[in-house]
Design a protein around this ligand. Structure first.
Ligand code: ATP
Ligand code: MG
Length: 332
């Protein structure tokens, strides 16, 4: 089984539909095909400024949602990044073989730092992709599922792995991008040409899994749709209705063509009304399960302790090899 690693940032209280349909849903199915490592990357979540109480809450909320959505600690390794000190330790070593100019070419850093302004941009935001490389290389991951936005960071990870191996001897598996077929890219309901995003979407543009279902239903019904009345899948000319069809198809495991047949001759209103119902039925049990995990903090802690132990069993071996190969004296 190929090993896979992926992470999600605890930067909001709730995951949104794009996080689930574009990422976590695949994480769930990869439990059957891969040796899967999933982490809530709290070290990454402090690069942009944060509130400590919110961070602690969101980390637990993220874990509870991942479990509620179908991650099974018996079939994957689920852990919190800061519980595994090797991430920060390897991050330092890798930062010493990364060029300053090389790191400066990362598009996500340029975007985010331009928005924040120089004085509010931390060095941590700059070195973020190097820590991300450490996250991946520590587990000798063969594959990393990546969306468009993460492609450049994976390229850096591959470069650093090769560079380290060449300079200091074979240490890291060089990971490849894992492209998941049928991965849904979900767009903003109010601005269907941009992606649904925790940080960039307006409240009415985003469907949060933990939001009041009645509110989410309303947001679906007031989603921006396109001129014309016919229900067609056409991302270019009908991005709004196409997004709704994508969501509908993903939530019901139907093909888009099947939906087009079902709604042949019917109006946007019918589609929205039905999708709103599908969505409400989808989020209800997720919310219940999330609540149940949150209501049992001792169990959640235990799951995380086991996850951290499983993660460290791998990461400690890799870090020891990296330290050895780079020339550090092993402690007696
Ligand atoms: P932020 O706006 O703070 O970057 P985000 O909504 O992009 O938050 P992340 O935590 O950065 O969420 O991403 C977690 C996972 O969800 C990643 O694998 C990412 O590719 C995926 N993802 C995020 N938004 C979407 C979307 N609109 N459609 C499909 N997948 C998405
Ligand atoms: Mg993102």
């Amino acid at each position: 089984r190929p090993r896979v690693l992926s992470g999600i940032q605890p930067t909001a209280d709730s995951f949104h539909l794009g996080n689930y349909l574009g990422a976590v849903r695949n994480w769930v199915s990869m439990q059957d095909t891969h040796d899967a490592f999933y982490c809530v990357v709290d070290l990454h979540a402090i690069t942009m400024g944060h509130d400590p109480v919110a961070l602690r809450n969101r980390t637990r909320l993220s874990v509870a949602q991942l479990l509620a959505l179908g991650l099974d600690p018996d079939r994957c390794t689920l852990f919190v990044q800061s519980h595994v000190p090797e991430h920060a330790q390897l991050g330092w070593v890798l930062s010493c073989i990364t060029g300053f100019g090389e790191a400066g070419r990362m598009v996500q850093f340029k975007d985010k730092s331009a928005k924040a302004g120089q004085d509010s941009t931390s060095v941590g935001l700059f070195t973020y992709p190097i820590l991300q490389a450490a996250d991946i290389l520590l587990y000798q991951a063969d594959q990393v599922p990546v969306g468009e936005d993460q492609r450049q960071h994976l390229e850096l990870t591959r470069d650093l792995a090769q560079r380290f191996n060449t300079r200091f001897g074979q240490t890291f598996t060089v990971p490849s991008a894992y492209i998941v077929k049928d991965t849904a890219k979900i767009t903003d309901l109010q601005d269907p040409t941009s992606k649904m995003s925790k940080s960039a979407s307006s409240p009415n543009g985003i469907i949060e899994l933990l939001d009041d279902p009645a509110r989410s239903a309303k947001k679906i019904k007031s989603a921006v749709t396109d001129t014309g009345r016919e229900i067609l899948y056409d991302e270019e000319n009908k991005p709004g209705i196409s997004n709704l069809l994508t969501i509908y198809a993903a939530l019901t495991n139907r093909a888009i063509d099947e939906l087009l047949e079902m709604y042949d001759g019917r109006g946007y209103g019918d589609l929205k009304k039905d999708l709103a119902e599908v969505l409400v039925e989808f989020v209800k049990p997720i919310q219940e399960r999330t609540r149940a995990y949150l209501d049992d903090p001792a169990q959640l802690d235990k799951i995380l302790a086991i996850g951290a132990e499983k993660a460290r069993a791998v990461s400690a071996v890799t870090l020891a090899a990296a330290y050895q190969n780079v020339g550090f004296v092993s402690p007696a």
